[in-house]
Every structure is written in structure tokens, then in C-alpha cells.
Design a protein around this ligand. Sequence first.
Ligand SMILES: *Cc1c(COP(=O)(O)O)cnc(C)c1O
Length: 353
Amino acid sequence: MWWSTVPMPSGLKSSQIHHNSALYPVLRIQMDTPSRPEPLYGKEGDVDKLSSATQLISLEVGASDASQSKPIITPIYHSSTYYTKKCKDFVSQVKDGYIYQRMVTPNFEELSMIISKIEHGVGTVDFPSGMGAIFNTLMCFLHPGDHIVVSAPVYSGTSFALRNLMPQFNIEVSYVDASRDVELYRSATKPNTKMYFAESICNPMMWYVDIEKLAVIGREQNVLTVVDGTFSTPINQTPLDYGIDMVMHSCTKYMGGHSDLLAGCTTVNNIDHYRKLKAWQTFTGVSQSAHNSVSLLRSLRTLHVRMKTHNENAMEVAKFLEKHPKVKKVYYLGLPSHPQHELASRTMKGLVE
Ligand SMILES: *Cc1c(COP(=O)(O)O)cnc(C)c1O
């Protein structure tokens, strides 16, 4: 059999692996580890009692017992589901433990805690992509008949969703050039305005929206303020410190930083907002995978050094281009010649040499 050549962990007897060719191949693997706990559901041999249609792969867990040594990083928990020993434990396990991967996994939880920490928020919900974070945050907090004011231009994906998807849910969208004048949010406000949205800094022109004033206008008008901080990352700007209600990222960009993952997140400064968004995620099913959470966590460990180098390199390129005879204009907030340099320096780090 093909699997007889596959190296086995110690304790496994290859004679105990056999092929049941009824309908599906059935791998029954008996581990020869005396300390291994009894499986909670079913016993070795029970699979024979199943009809061939339900004989899938019965592979008992617990092949290795590493519990004596504590790993310094959290292992990847691929398990979709967790054991509950007694029915009465289920509720407390939903609240404080792990039940099902769509709700929370140790990896997902660790990622959320770390992003909350660097973003100075009370809670973070991770999504499978930046668009997942943006669309689901908007849909969670906006209802049919509501109005959102957006600083234009915005990232093309966000622009597409605002123009083409929001009308389907009867959500009204207005655009303002808030990097020219942040007060335009106030003048665009209507009785049904529920959210102000800005990118900080803006993709692709890197204009700056005065997020300190935006937070003040939001509070005065009782409107939620939401910032897409993808281009700044929490290393260069932490919008929640300036009174913004929610900050989201496409972690596919600098936060991931290695072009090998797609991820997004939304961090909030209010526990009720966190609960609402977390429940929205759980029941719309847009959860981040354990594997991606671990890849992103690994990236975040070097975010500060990567951003420092990005900032230094960007400044070099900007200064080089500014002096270049064939270049008419350079838009870079770090250059003192940029009209918003002073303003942006109030909330943004990383703009100076
Ligand atoms: C790329 C990007 C997004 C979308 O993120 P995905 O991870 O590609 O879904 C959203 N906002 C900004 C500013 C971006 O640059």
C-alpha cells in the first residue's frame, strides 16, 4: 500500500493501518501510546459499525504529547471544533473557551489582542481581507435608510462597494473632499447620517484628512467616525488616540508585509461596538483562518522595523524625485514642501528623517 512508505510517528504500528475498500478508504490508526487519553467519542473499532457511506477517515487525535514542554509561540490550531466533556460545560465554554473555529481560535484571539494593543483599542475583529473588514464594518453599523459621508477619493475596492453595493441596501453615500477641508463632513451631514468614513492617509494620492477635527465633528453630530488606516499602519498613526471610533486595515499591505497573505481587521474603542461586530462576524461567517492568523502574527513581530525602513526609504525617494528636473510635483507628506506636512505631523509619526 502507498502509505506503508510514509514515515510514521513512533508508537504507530503500520500493521494497524489498513484499507477498507468498501466505498471510501478508511484509515484506522491505532497509536501505541499508553498515556494517551481515551477518545471521548467512539472507540477503536466503532467505525466498523458505521455504514460504508459514513465511513470517512477515523484518525484519533493526540499523536504526540508535547504538554510537558511549553512552546514559546502558540501552535496553529487547525481544529474546527473542540471537545466538550459535559453538556452543561457548553455554555461556559462558548463564553470563556473554544468551541468552534468560526467563533474564535487561540490563534485568532492572540492576533486580535496584539492588534488591539498596538492600535490602542479595546477590541479587534479580524477578517479574511481588507474589503471584508470594510464592508462588514459598514454593514454592521449602518441600516437601510442611513447615510454615510466618505472622503473622496478612496481605495478603488471601497469606492466600488460604496457605489454599487450600498444602494442595494438603501444606504445613501455622499462624497466630500475632506483633505481640502474637514468641515465638509459637517456640511454634508443630514438627519440620517450615521457614519463618517476617511482613509488616513488616502490611497493613492496620500492626502491627509485631519482626523483630530473629524473626531470632534463626529462627536458633535453624534455620528460614528471610521478610519481606514492601511497606508499608515499603527506604527505611523493610531487614530483611536485622537477620538476616532473605529480603525480598520487591509493587513494584506504593510501589516502582512510579505505579499503572502490576505487579511483585514477592525479595531474599536468601545466594548459594545466590539461585541456587535464580533457577533456580526460570527453569524455572517467572515472569520479569519488559524493559518492566516499565525502568518499575520509572525509579520507583526517585525512591523516596527519594517515601517522604520519604509519611512526612511520613502523619504530618500521623495527627496531624490523632488530634485529631479523631469519631475513636476512630488506628493509626500514627509516633505516640508507638502502643504499638509505640518498638519499631518500632529498625529503621524515616521514623517521626519
Ligand atoms: C488594499 C486596500 C484595501 C483592500 O484590502 P484587501 O485586503 O485587498 O481586501 C482597503 N483599503 C486600502 C486603503 C487598501 O490599500
